[in-house]
Design a protein around this ligand. Structure first.
Ligand SMILES: *Cc1c(COP(=O)(O)O)cnc(C)c1O
Length: 471
């Protein structure tokens, strides 16, 4: 066998071994400091054998890896890196294509064209929209908001892409009080400022209050960008697009939706009522590496006005004609030039799952989340704080106790759950209180897995409560 073949086979063997072990072990046995110690050595002077390097990498990294790909990983909002996406990603790395340009990487550009069309179809978004294949929803938000910034200023006669923001007319940015932190980062990167926004009041689950928005709009004039949300990071709640977008459109606003995971509600008949009216927005940010289960890094910046998208992302776009060009240059829709051919893994996942498979995946996650919520709510002292319509659960322990005691009990229960290691889930703050947050975003989280998770949570909770309040 050639050296290349044995090297690649060894990597594949190690990868498969890790994936087989992942369902059993949920938390790293080595944290950051121990992982650092494992890798810490001076820059090697001499070369090392290729196979040895790969074996050492796996050996030293694995104890410090979370089983994020396993069926009982509920931390943050993390997808499962589906084997088909991973295999496509192996090939992507092996092919080493630079996806910036269709002449340099024809197949990579072509696959993005097709995957973009499939995504718009699946997510029920306007077919004329353009799609940028970016690293994740943070950069998708950035890309969409760059298009928004350029377009709302262009409409008042200011070319922000050429002249920047110094001396530009002011843009009013409207945003819900419970928007994701990365949207504020995007505003920061764009020179719009993360604090120079008009925050709009939200309801108890994090949805923008339409009446509060209408009141704010009465006081606004000039260019407006509004940032809405499909899937609040804790509660999974959706803004009421059908009610809100028409109000914003009447003001001439550019409406952007952060739908990192929530946009996928569009892909199933059982959940698409949650995102009703979302297609009337101007841009949408979402992730492939969350609910679609592609490996990291994979997100999509979707913009209805292709020209605004291109103007914001390419120097050439403002004078290049769009029509009749034929080929698609991937770099016209993203901030980078040279980059990974992200379309291959997206194509592979969509081809593997198909429309029905994606819907089944969304439904399974939501059903498992609902089941876990129902089972947990039966346990005295445990409260579910959100309406589990999607895949997110906000859980409070010691629901019957004074706030501080409930906070302490919640914190201790989370520590115990993590120490037990049957599942992984982490804490968050919701409405000023400690909570456990579960995100069901893995293709393997069936109802059986949800039941195991509930068992682990209740066992931890009972043991912690007995120790805190000996009867
Ligand atoms: C995860 C997430 C983001 C950021 O996405 P990345 O892929 O981490 O860059 C933005 N908004 C929401 C609601 C998210 O859940």
């Amino acid at each position: 066998m050639s050296a290349i073949a044995s090297l690649f086979q060894e990597a594949a063997r190690l990868a498969a071994g890790f994936r087989q072990a992942a369902p059993a072990r949920h938390v790293p046995t080595r944290g950051y400091a121990a992982s650092l110690a494992a890798f810490d050595e001076p820059l090697p002077a001499a070369s090392s054998d290729m196979l040895d390097v790969i074996r050492q990498l796996a050996n030293d990294a694995e104890p410090g890896l979370h089983a994020t790909t396993g069926p009982r990983f509920f931390g943050w909002v993390i997808g499962g890196s589906h084997p088909v996406g991973v295999a496509a990603d192996f090939l992507t790395s092996a092919w080493g294509q630079n996806a910036g340009n269709h002449t340099v990487a024809p197949a990579a550009a072509a696959v993005e064209t097709v995957a973009a069309r499939w995504l718009l179809d699946l997510l029920k978004l306007p077919a004329e929209s353009s799609v940028g294949f970016v690293t994740g929803a943070t950069v998708a938000n950035f890309t969409c908001l760059a298009a928004a910034r350029g377009e709302v200023l262009r409409q008042v006669g200011w070319d922000a892409d050429a002249n920047g923001l110094f001396g530009a007319p002011e843009i009013t940015v409207l945003i819900g009080d419970d928007a994701h932190t990365t949207v504020f980062s995007a505003l920061q990167f764009l020179g719009v400022g993360h604090d120079r926004v008009r925050r709009v009041r939200t309801d108890p689950v994090g949805r923008i209050d339409p009446a509060a928005l209408a009141d704010t709009l009465d006081t606004v004039s000039g260019p407006v960008i509004a940032i809405l949300q499909a899937g609040q990071i804790n509660t999974g709640a959706f803004d009421d697009f059908a009610a809100i977008i028409p109000l914003l459109k009447a003001k001439g606003a550019w409406v952007h939706v952060d739908g990192a995971f929530g946009l996928w509600a569009q892909a199933s008949e059982k959940t698409s009522h949650l995102s009703r009216g979302i297609e009337a927005a101007d841009s949408w940010a979402t992730d492939g590496h969350k609910w679609l289960q592609t490996p990291y890094d994979c997100g999509y910046a979707i913009v209805r006005n292709e020209l605004a998208h291109r103007r914001a992302m390419t120097i050439a776009a403002s004078y290049l004609p769009l029509a009749g060009e034929g080929e698609r240059d991937p770099s016209h829709y993203v901030p980078e030039l040279s980059r990974r051919a992200r379309g291959f893994a997206t194509w592979a996942m969509l081809k593997h799952l198909g429309r029905e498979g994606v819907a089944a995946l969304i439904d399974q996650c939501c059903a498992s989340a609902r089941l876990a919520a129902d089972l947990l709510a039966r346990e005295p002292g445990i409260a579910i704080l959100n309406d589990v319509a999607l895949n997110q659960l906000v859980i409070r322990f010691g629901a019957d106790l004074p706030s501080e005691e409930g906070d302490a009990l919640t914190r201790k229960t989370i520590e115990k759950i993590q120490a037990d290691g049957m599942i992984f889930a982490g804490g968050a703050k919701w409405r000023g209180r400690n909570v456990l947050r579960l995100s069901v975003t893995n293709f393997q989280t069936t109802s059986d897995q949800a039941e195991l998770a509930v068992e682990s949570i209740i066992t931890a909770f009972r043991s912690v409560s007995e120790n805190s309040h000996p009867r």
